[in-house]
Design a protein around this ligand. Structure first.
Ligand SMILES: NC(=O)c1ccc[n+]([C@@H]2O[C@H](COP(=O)([O-])OP(=O)(O)OC[C@H]3O[C@@H](n4cnc5c(N)ncnc54)[C@H](OP(=O)(O)O)[C@@H]3O)[C@@H](O)[C@H]2O)c1
Length: 333
């Protein structure tokens, strides 16, 4: 509840029930120096421009973290490309434009590492943006993310506001999505290996050779990076982006899918065999962000992959995102 004496900045975290938005809310609440303004998807549909305009016209917001988006793995991007581009473009356009109209001084746009060309050289620097063709599967989503970042950059140049962007690597953490078809690699593997343990299955099959190298960042590390980036003096942020208009955020910790699956099996307590199926496609052999620019501002990740996976698994069990009842299993492994 706002009071006359409450002079703390009013901060809107869009998408606060999602994995990233909830981590940003935890980090801001722990700091305690802002007044959080939160709306569920049902209370404020960010694809509805009229409602978004009314929100910013009446709520006196001074800072926005834009973590609302239509998000999903390869399968979801493949099956719902129209929804991915339409919803993500519209959310970005509505929130950034109406925030500007409503006098919001600072905004942080959450992009994604999928904005980079499919064959970008590794580790990927910010300067690789728009230097080659995108991965076709998630191009609609990536185009919407590039457009959001470009909007921030353009509003800064034309209107003199301070709208920033970060491009995180693959994320995981509390609040992740464990949907059997629409989830990312870590929750998908946790779910399958957890279900194999409950069913006492002798083996879990993992698609591909297990050789691709990937980078993962815990959502709490990303949240702290977001607050850190927002806190940078404007001149320092601009200087550190070196003209790119955004900063990569990654862990710098690379693992193969094989190592990841074995680590998850250890965390879950699964003692059966993890079998890799090299007849299935592997995807790109390596995907890793170069985080030299954000590291040079003084930010470093704090959560190791193993401890992050342990707390993520515990949260999935305690929150009921993963069933602990063997008879409730939807898909036998
Ligand atoms: N997850 C990753 O691995 C990853 C990696 C890189 C970047 N990112 C970026 O991080 C951001 C957040 O991702 P996330 O993983 O936290 O996703 P998430 O868990 O799916 O959360 C997204 C949130 O946005 C809300 N939302 C979606 N459409 C909305 C709308 N029209 N109006 C209002 N709210 C809406 C969702 O509410 P409902 O659930 O009610 O629809 C949900 O609370 C995204 O921009 C994403 O691109 C994520």
């Amino acid at each position: 509840m706002t009071t006359m004496s409450d002079a703390r900045p009013r901060v809107f975290v869009a998408g606060h029930r999602g994995m990233v938005g909830s981590a940003i809310v935890r980090a801001l609440a722990a700091r305690g120096d802002v007044e959080l303004v939160l709306r569920t998807h049902r209370e404020l549909d960010l694809t509805e421009q009229r409602d978004v305009r009314h929100f910013f016209a009446t709520e006196r917001i001074s800072q926005v973290y834009l973590a609302a988006a239509r998000v999903g793995g390869i399968h979801a991007n493949n099956v719902y490309p129209a929804e991915f581009i339409q919803q993500n473009l519209t959310i970005a356009a509505n929130v950034i434009h109406e925030a500007w109209r409503g006098g919001v001084e600072q905004l942080l746009f959450l992009g994604s590492s999928c904005i980079y060309p499919k064959f970008a050289s590794q580790p990927i620097q910010e300067s690789a943006l728009l230097t080659g063709a995108l991965e076709p599967t998630n191009a609609p989503y990536a185009i919407a993310k590039i457009a959001g970042m470009m909007m921030c950059d353009s509003y800064n140049r034309q209107y003199g506001v301070d709208y920033r962007s970060v491009m995180p690597t693959n994320l995981y953490g509390p609040g992740d999505n464990y949907h059997p078809e629409n989830s990312h690699v870590i929750p998908a593997l946790i779910r399958r290996i957890h279900e194999a343990r409950l069913a006492d299955a002798p083996e879990v099959a993992v698609w591909g050779s297990g050789a691709p190298m990937r980078e993962f960042l815990h959502a709490d590390d990303l949240a702290h990076a977001c607050l850190h980036v927002m806190d940078l003096p404007q001149a320092s942020y601009r200087a550190h982006t070196q003209g790119a208009g955004f900063l990569n955020v990654g862990s710098g910790e690379e693992v193969s899918i094989r190592q990841l699956a074995l680590l998850i099996a250890r965390v879950v307590g699964y003692r059966g065999n993890i079998a890799f199926d090299p007849t299935r496609p592997d995807g790109t052999p390596r995907k890793m962000l170069d985080c030299g620019l954000i590291n040079a501002t003084g930010w470093q990740p704090q959560v190791s992959l193993e401890s992050g996976l342990r707390s993520t698994y515990q949260e999935a069990l305690s929150s009921g995102r993963l069933s602990v009842e063997p008879e409730a299993l939807a898909t036998p492994t």
